[in-house]
Design a binder for this molecule. Structure first.
Ligand SMILES: NC(=O)c1ccc[n+]([C@@H]2O[C@H](COP(=O)([O-])OP(=O)(O)OC[C@H]3O[C@@H](n4cnc5c(N)ncnc54)[C@H](O)[C@@H]3O)[C@@H](O)[C@H]2O)c1
Length: 262
């Protein structure tokens, strides 16, 4: 019996990673774009704001000397996604990684959430992830190599976060299930799929940085004794995407400082 039943493609010297939602100034995506650039990855940034996406791409190229592309894309629009991913494929080195990081939150309790809000959260967080991953997988299959990382949330695992409620948690739980299914279905094409589930990270997603009182409150639940940073999450994503991450598939890395242990 062959020891390697599935094709073991060589990892290219300069792989490309496509990151959604990497344009916000203090977000997880931008930090990940820099981390990957520093490690020699070419980087594509797809975010709503074309100008900000181009700016991040320029910044990463300048600081790390890698090829980059920044595009304005609403990931909930299937056609925009297909066009953008085709450009990434044509203009950057071999696409190896996709990071489904773009996401919106919803602080509304289940009994109050309206249909419009519910649908928008799922359109971006779930359908957007589906569109981007589907387009990337078509490219991965050509060379039998691909890495998918979904950015879920501790909120999905514990039934609501410190901020996100039903629509957010439900959509982020869908990402955990999708990554596990992709892990099973796509392994034969040399593709791995995993998730990261961050706890409270100090970004702007909840409408501004965490206040000192908020941090104080969060610290009571944090065995590591500090609130998470975007670099904590970027490091985990880099590991799952990289050469050393090839034997992990279908896992969820809880980047939460121990706030939620299960
Ligand atoms: N900050 C936290 O505490 C935390 C915790 C767990 C999970 N997360 C997840 O991490 C990811 C990044 O969050 P962040 O905290 O850096 O927030 P952020 O708001 O800084 O970044 C989210 C990015 O997604 C982009 N985006 C939103 N809708 C989009 C769309 N339709 N198409 C393309 N781009 C779109 C935004 O423009 C923004 O740049 C999100 O998926 C979030 O749910 C964050």
């Amino acid at each position: 019996m062959a020891l390697t039943p599935y094709p073991a493609a060589d990892f290219p010297q300069q792989p490309t990673a496509l990151l959604t939602g990497a344009a916000s100034e203090r977000g997880i995506g931008r930090a990940t774009a820099h981390r990957l650039g520093r490690e020699g990855w070419a980087v594509a940034v797809l975010d709503l704001d074309a100008e900000a996406s181009a700016e991040v791409a320029h910044e990463v190229a300048e600081q790390h000397g890698v090829a980059t592309l920044g595009l304005g894309v609403d990931i909930s629009d299937e056609q925009q996604v297909d066009r953008a991913v085709a450009r990434v494929d044509a203009e950057l080195p071999q696409l190896v990684g996709v990071v489904n990081n773009a996401g919106i939150s919803s602080p509304t309790p289940f009994t109050e959430v309206g249909t419009e809000e519910w649908k928008r959260v799922f359109d971006v967080n779930v359908h957007g992830t589906f569109f981007v991953t589907r387009a990337a997988v078509r490219i991965f299959r050509r060379r039998s190599l691909g890495r998918i990382v979904n950015v879920s949330s501790a909120s999905a695992e514990r039934g609501g976060g410190v901020y996100g409620r039903a629509a957010y948690s439900g959509s982020k739980a869908a990402l955990l299930g999708l990554a596990k299914t992709w892990a099973r279905e796509l392994g034969e094409y040399g593709i791995t799929a995993n998730s990261v589930a961050p706890g409270s990270i100090d970004t702007d997603i909840m409408g501004g940085r965490l206040s000192d009182e908020r941090k104080e409150f969060l610290l009571q639940e944090l065995p590591v004794g500090r609130v998470g940073t975007v670099d904590d999450v970027a490091g985990a994503i880099h590991y799952l995407l990289g050469r050393d991450g090839g034997y992990l598939t279908g896992v969820t890395l809880d980047v939460n400082g121990g706030s939620h242990i299960h």
